[in-house]
Design a binder for this molecule. Structure first.
Ligand code: MCN
Length: 789
């Protein structure tokens, strides 16, 4: 992978232990809630108890009179302060309806949890007590929580601007070609799919600490952020109106994000605004229930998928119609996720000549929907994988055989799909065979048949995926309406004593960047990892960045680190040539040492060159002192990780219980920086994929109240409910990435859900069940097999 020549023992590619773990495990890491500032106050937010209502009056007098209350603010106070007060979307679509989204509600609340007022008090408890004493008078309005109902039924509009609650109506592909394929094909099959809302459940609920300096008019804000620079930009330009160069955003240790900490929520902006009003530091820390109610939810798709296939198994076309819930407000990626990220992966690993998808984004009186691990890609792969399984049933053929018949062959890469992506590289059949070998697929099918004779039902689920990871080439994103770039920046800085600091614009929430970035630089520079520090998550220390989401850090952030390190190495090579009085072409590099070809004793170590570079006494004529490079890496394409996962389950039709007997995940993320980190990512991903398949799902009651508002009401899988995972990798490097890597952070979540659903549906084939909606609980299975009849 590397340009570094002759590195004795490769650091890149080895399972170096995560350096971040010791402080995390010992409780020594600093999270946002650990920040305590002199004179700090605490903020709590009064949230709407109604799904949809007009605000008649907000009486704050009782709250204001309480001990320790510093101030109480309403949406009107925010509006009157003259800040821009408008949370924007990060992605424009043709005809996207963008209603104004204020940081505290004015006139109307549109979902349970909308912020109506805020209290600043001397303590967290005083703030929370006072919030309950704010008297809000509402005039209740009818509401809607289901995306399809929001558009098709005669229900009230969430926003006056969005007729029939349509936020956007998006199409991709060639409808005529699909009609023709369906008219010509030997068979068609269809499946209705409901993907419920997923609550992201990061271990650390969201939090912010804002410190406004009224003298200098500078704001420093610590927050649980996956993308501090994006948050800085949005607070500067769209919500608070503080110039970007007077605003510092720091993401200290962040305890998980899973997509939920990308979004610029109102609450962090309210915290900042409140600090400006009271001219003291303000802390806000969400409770778990508050997080359930206000952290963006994921998924919420209601889909009909149709597939056309010939007798010999050739897939001719795919037609998809989806109603995607946007929630009550447009989040930053609420528009892009169900449109571009979703529809463009609908071809999966297969050659499908004709694809057409229509997505209607619907406003509903619910928590806004944004990214959740696998965002858009998980929903798209779920559709194509379920469609392949129902097509196999229609043809009465083995689902693996059908898949193999349609895989994109290795020699066809780069492959342009009918869903507008160009896949960079893939060895799909090899990946699939590797997974099938792990379970001995043929033998397993025989065992399944034998067990069925005995009245036992095992199911074998196989799902393959390809994912557009590494968001994204800036130009492509710009052409599609993105308001942000897709590059990443890294500063690679040698100090004068030879230690190295990497300043990278991504922001770790548990992925292990401090280890893996150091591995990349150690490999490129031939310097010990012990001499390399990694800095992320502070907009004053790292001037520019795009953040961590879309499995982009290894490929885009890592690409910037590698390119920056190579540039630094080349500068050092020229200094070495100058000081060793040799030509640059004669200078060889090995294990951190530059030496003159054929004269190994004439050498200088890169760390010694760093010292020389900062002395500046003896530099080449045209060269400035110092040894530091800033690299902006803008990839030419996404990377396309892929893989095949297999699950074996046994289902008890009498009790509905599902026993996962075996789970195999074979992933290909190109070159692997750290196999142990990758395995950890895959384990977590599978757990979340299985969680969505069998356990998780947010629901609203008929009054529009979130029913799943606490951890004992929302089933996150326990480790005891999950099997041991068998994981393996194939390695197909990305040809355009500087270090050949592809992303891995979301892969297994994308694969896990269709794999499990396929396994349960396969087990229930004798009961004529070809699909069950998720989460598939024992009750779902019991009913599907005739229980209760
Ligand atoms: N890696 C590697 N070799 C590769 C690819 C990746 O060693 N070929 C390593 C990377 O260096 C990094 C980790 O694997 O340490 C994940 O890399 P990548 O796929 O680039 O993903 P990101 O670091 O950009 O993380 C984002 C991704 C997403 S989108 C979600 S959602 C998610 C995930 O990561 N949320 C997580 N994994 C998570 N893990 C934890 N612990 N917490 C979250 O909130």
């Amino acid at each position: 992978m590397s340009d570094a020549e002759d590195v004795a023992e490769s650091v890149f590619g080895s399972s170096v232990e995560r350096r971040e773990d010791v402080p995390l495990l010992k409780g020594e890491a600093t999270y946002t809630d650990d920040i305590d500032l002199p004179e700090m106050t605490h903020l709590a937010i009064r949230r709407s108890d109604h799904a949809h209502a007009r605000i008649v009056d907000v009486d704050t007098s009782d709250a204001e009179a309480m001990d320790d209350v510093v101030a109480v603010f309403t949406g009107q106070d925010v509006e009157d302060s003259g800040i821009p007060n408008a949370i924007p979307t990060a992605w424009d679509l043709p005809n996207l309806v963008q209603p104004k989204y204020r940081i505290l509600a004015l006139e109307k609340v549109r979902h349970e949890g909308d912020g109506v007022a805020a209290v600043v008090a001397e303590s967290r408890h005083a703030a929370r007590d006072a919030v309950d004493r704010i008297d809000v008078e509402y005039e209740e309005l009818d509401h809607v929580t289901e995306p399809r109902d929001a558009v098709e039924r005669d229900v009230p509009e969430v926003h006056e601007e969005a007729t029939d609650n349509v936020g956007f109506d998006f199409e991709l592909g060639d409808a005529d070609a699909v009609d023709e394929a369906f008219a010509d094909a030997d068979h068609t099959a269809s499946v209705d799919l409901r993907l419920p809302r997923i609550i992201p459940n990061a271990m650390e609920p969201r939090a912010a600490v804002a410190d406004w300096d009224a003298t200098t008019e500078e704001m420093r804000i610590w927050m649980t952020s996956q993308n501090p620079h994006l948050h800085r930009m949005l607070m500067a330009a769209a919500t608070l109106g503080i110039p970007e160069n007077k605003l510092q955003v720091i993401a200290p240790e962040v305890g998980g994000g899973f997509g939920s900490k990308i979004y610029h929520y109102p609450d962090e902006a309210v915290t900042g605004w409140a600090s400006m009003q009271v001219e003291r530091p303000v802390k806000w820390q969400a409770t778990r229930s508050e997080s359930y109610q206000t952290d963006c939810h994921g998924r919420d798709h209601d889909t009909t998928a149709e597939i056309a296939v010939d007798d010999d198994g050739t897939v001719r076309g795919l037609r998809v119609e989806t109603y995607a819930g946007l929630g009550a407000h447009l989040s930053q990626f609420g528009s892009a996720t169900p449109s571009y990220l979703y529809t463009t992966v609908l071809s999966g690993q297969y050659q499908i000549p004709a694809i057409h998808a229509r997505v209607v984004g619907a406003f509903t009186n619910t928590t806004p929907v944004d990214a959740y691990r696998g965002a858009g890609r998980a929903e798209g792969i779920y559709v194509i994988e379920r469609a392949m399984d129902v097509a196999a049933r229609e043809l009465d053929v083995d689902p693996v055989g059908l898949r193999k018949h349609n895989l994109v062959p290795s020699e066809d890469f780069p492959y342009e799909s009918a869903a507008a992506l160009v896949y960079d590289s893939g060895e799909y059949e090899h990946g699939m065979d590797t997974a099938l070998d792990h379970v001995d697929y043929e033998a397993l099918r025989e065992r399944q048949a034998e067990l069925r004779e005995e009245g036992r039902y095992i199911g074998i689920g196989v799902a393959s995926f390809v994912e557009s990871a590494g968001l994204s080439p800036s130009e492509a994103a710009g052409n599609l309406g993105s308001q942000a770039g897709g590059w990443e920046s890294a500063i690679v800085r040698f100090d004068s004593t030879g230690t190295v600091t990497l300043f990278v614009g991504t922001a770790d929430q548990g992925q292990g960047h401090r280890t893996t970035y150091a591995q990349i630089a150690a490999e490129e520079l031939g310097v010990s990892m012990d001499d390399i520090e990694v800095v992320e998550g502070d907009t004053d220390r790292i001037p520019q960045g795009m953040g961590t989401y879309g499995s982009r850090s290894a490929s885009v952030g890592g690409g910037a680190v590698a390119r920056g390190a190579r540039e630094v190495r080349e500068k050092a090579r020229r200094i070495a040539a100058h000081q060793l009085e040799a030509s640059v072409d004669d200078i060889e590099f090995s294990d951190g040492e530059f030496h003159v070809a054929g004269a190994p004793d004439r050498s200088m170590h890169i760390q010694g060159i760093a010292h020389q570079a900062y002395l500046g006494h003896d530099m080449p004529d045209d060269m400035d002192p110092g040894l530091e490079v800033t690299n902006f890496y803008d990839p030419e394409n996404f990377t396309f990780p892929f893989g095949t996962h297999v699950a074996v389950v046994e289902v008890d039709p009498d009790t509905g219980e599902i026993d996962i007997q075996q789970y195999v995940g074979v992933d290909d993320c190109g070159e692997i920086i750290n196999p142990m980190v990758v395995e950890g990512q895959v384990h977590g991903g599978i757990a979340q994929g299985i969680g969505a398949a069998l356990f998780e799902g947010a629901s609203y009651d008929e009054d529009g109240h979130l029913e799943t508002r606490r951890m004992d009401e929302y089933a996150v899988p326990h480790s005891t409910q999950l099997p041991d995972f068998e994981t393996d990798n194939t390695v197909t490097p990305s040809p355009h990435n500087p270090i050949g890597v592809k992303g891995v952070g979301e892969s297994a979540t994308i694969a896990g859900t269709p794999t499990l659903v396929a396994a349960v549906a396969d087990a229930l084939e004798p009961f004529d069940v070809d699909h069950l909606d998720i989460p598939i609980t024992p009750e779902t299975v019991w009913r599907a097999t005739g229980g209760g009849e």
